[in-house]
Design a protein around this ligand. Structure first.
Ligand code: COA
Length: 233
């Protein structure tokens, strides 16, 4: 039974004169519905402010519909949080996808047309269509990682990797045959590739344009594309 994954290596918090070690180790656990607002608050600071789709579109803050979408994932039991001394240092928001997602996501993009969330959904709909994971792997349900965020001062220390490793275990436990993720960031793509996920598709940001040929999402360097990856479980 999946409960916690502990890592006893020392972690230094930049800007704080303390090391987090032994007693202060990192624990990863399933985020319950009761954890929703705490984790969402964390993601506002440590996910949305750097996530390429969010920072590549105006206004810089996420739309309410975007945040509500993240909230809607919690009941499925596959959202995870990394804790250090009860302080959240990372979060992974994952939820199930069903085969009609391809149609659904284009419809949602149309519903929110003209908004930041509509623009983001338009890009994700193209990724979904082109990756074609349901047909490619002949599965009837997929666990999808929708958001991954690590404390800004603790990046590059494999906390993201530990969260994804725990999500693989949790998705297996929930009996999902496939785990997918749209890596909107070069950093998340590196992490996912390192864990052995298979690359399904790449959509360059430069290719996502409006009728006038203007690029719709303009993230800062080094983020140039969305890469969809999958792992059979
Ligand atoms: N500076 C330098 N390198 C960084 C970095 C930083 N601030 N953040 C991540 N990286 C690199 C790591 O070196 C590593 O690359 P490598 O495999 O070539 O060594 C890779 O990115 C990820 O490493 P890891 O330590 O396992 O991940 P992490 O704990 O730093 O978390 C993210 C990765 C993507 C979750 C984190 O950067 C983040 O929260 N970003 C903002 C939100 C976001 O963009 N989420 C992903 C959307 S799909």
């Amino acid at each position: 039974m999946f409960q916690t994954i502990r890592d006893r290596s020392a972690v230094f918090i930049a800007g704080m004169s303390e090391t987090l070690d032994n007693n202060d180790d990192i624990v990863i656990r399933v985020a319950t519905v009761d954890d929703t607002e705490q984790l969402i608050e964390f993601l506002h600071v440590h996910y949305y402010r750097d996530e390429p789709l969010t920072v590549g579109t105006e206004p810089l803050t996420p739309d309410a519909a975007d945040v509500d979408f993240l909230r809607s994932n919690f009941p499925a039991g596959a959202c995870l949080m990394a804790l250090c001394n009860d302080r959240i240092v990372g979060g992974a928001i994952a939820g199930p996808k069903l085969p009609d997602i391809g149609t659904e996501i284009f419809e949602e993009a149309r519903k929110y047309a003209g908004t930041k969330w509509g623009c983001i959904l338009g890009m994700l709909a193209i990724c979904e269509r082109d990756a074609n994971a349901f047909q490619r792997f002949n599965v009837d349900k997929i666990m999808h990682l929708n958001a991954l965020g690590v404390d800004t001062s603790l990046r590059g220390r494999r906390i993201g990797e530990r969260l994804v490793t725990a999500l693989i275990a949790r998705s297996r436990e929930l009996d999902y045959p496939l785990l997918t993720v749209d890596c909107t960031s070069l950093y998340s793509a590196r992490l996912i590739k390192r864990l052995g996920f298979e690359l399904l598709n790449t959509v360059p940001y430069a290719d996502y344009v409006n009728a006038a040929g203007q690029q719709l999402i303009r993230p800062p360097a080094p983020h140039e594309c969305v890469q969809t990856y999958a792992m059979r479980l």
